[in-house]
Design a protein around this ligand. Structure first.
Ligand code: KG4
Ligand code: ZN
Length: 353
């Protein structure tokens, strides 16, 4: 029997059963991760290999990232199964991020996932990286079901969306230029913090006064959109004007004030979106969702409005394969499977209603 016939039959069986143990692969940027996730919600095991090598270049070097993914993948597969005490025979399907991301990095994970799916006659479930970030919330909150509102803030994306069902979203607003994560990383770089700097800036900000320095907030005609290029440029200009010693003497206050301004822009738009739609559930997703001020501010504001607020634990906010296994389950249940011709898609758009 051909692979296509075997995989199609397996997909139908799993959809009828409504259950699946998924082995998931994430390699869209500089973290290689694999997980085993049951029925979209239960993480059986999740392992990770982070590429620290990029820090010295101040950003991800795509060629190095692809090579390191290839080296890490087979070790991680053995580790994720070993840790869970699960045999490959117990795995029902393979989910993998196929976009958006760095093309070489995506191809490393996708080729591995295809080879495994082909060798075992298992369904291949290609998933959108950002749908994965959103789905980390299903792991965090077993009671959370669409529809709900979600603020997605990662290194490459910043958007407000209504999650209409498990596999489709409606975009309410998005960034006109940089992502929130890029703004955090740029600010951190100006302050001389290592890459990626978001979490270091977050730590430094805890010791500073958020009201010490004024940074500009973008004013847009569509208030659910975002722009972070202005605040980045303003910080660069301040740094050039006042010099290194000034940066060093004021680093905690600068970190706190810069962070406060970015978080205000994100929370203002989130609160307005909730007011407009009247939705009573709101989730936060993406690497920047690990930011302590953003988590606290939204949690407080939504508690005051009796809106149920969900945010994944910090380890599930940044890139990981558990979230890929979660969305993989829901895509599989919809019959959204790939085949051996499925290609990486570096600019893959979000699936919309
Ligand atoms: O979602 P993610 O892991 O990768 C992408 O899909 O882009 O997001 C990475 C981004 C980086 O810009 C990183 O600096 C930022 O998330 N980040 C943070 C924090 N932890 C990670 N930004 C602010 N505060 C944090 N605690
Ligand atoms: Zn990500």
């Amino acid at each position: 029997m051909s692979y296509a016939t075997l995989a199609a039959a397996a997909t139908e069986r799993l959809r009828e059963r409504g259950e699946a143990l998924i082995l998931s692969v994430e390699s869209s940027c500089d973290d290689t991760s694999m997980a085993l996730v049951r029925n979209g919600r239960e993480v059986v095991s999740c392992v990770m290999s982070s590429q620290l090598v990029h820090a010295r270049f101040g950003g991800v070097v795509p060629e190095i990232a692809s090579r390191q993914h290839v080296e890490a993948l087979s070790h991680l597969a053995a580790e994720v199964l070993g840790e869970a005490g699960v045999e490959l025979d117990d795995v029902d399907a393979i989910a993998v991020t196929y976009g958006p991301g760095l093309v070489g990095a995506l191809l490393s994970g996708l080729s591995f996932a295809k080879a495994l799916a082909f060798a075992r006659g298992l369904p291949l479930v290609p998933v959108h990286h950002i749908m994965g970030h959103i789905s980390a919330n299903y792991i965090e909150d077993p009671g959370l079901e669409p529809p709900f509102l979600c603020l997605v803030v990662s290194g490459g994306h910043t958007l407000l969306a209504r999650i209409e069902d498990y596999t489709r979203v409606r975009i309410l607003g998005s960034t006109r230029d940089d992502a929130a994560g890029e703004a955090f990383d740029k600010g951190a770089r100006i302050l001389g913090l290592p890459y990626p700097g978001g979490k270091h800036l977050d730590t430094l900000a805890k010791k500073g006064d958020p009201g010490a320095f004024a940074f500009p907030k973008a004013k847009l005609d569509s208030p659910l959109d975002f722009s972070f290029s202005g605040i980045k440029t303003d910080f660069m200009q301040k740094a050039r004007k006042y010099g290194d010693q000034w940066l060093l003497d004021n680093r905690c206050d600068l970190a706190a004030s810069y962070q406060y301004t970015i978080v205000s822009m994100l929370t203002d738009a989130s609160l307005l979106a909730q007011e407009r739609t009247g939705d009573t559930r709101f989730a936060l997703a993406g690497g920047v969702a690990a930011n302590s001020l953003l988590r606290e501010t939204l949690a407080k504001a939504f508690a005051a409005r009796s809106v149920r607020f969900t945010v994944p634990s910090p380890a599930l906010c940044t890139d990981n394969a558990a979230m890929i296994g979660s969305i993989g389950f829901y895509e599989l249940m919809e019959g959204h499977t790939g085949n051996l011709s499925t290609n990486a898609s570096p600019h893959l758009p979000l699936p919309r209603v």
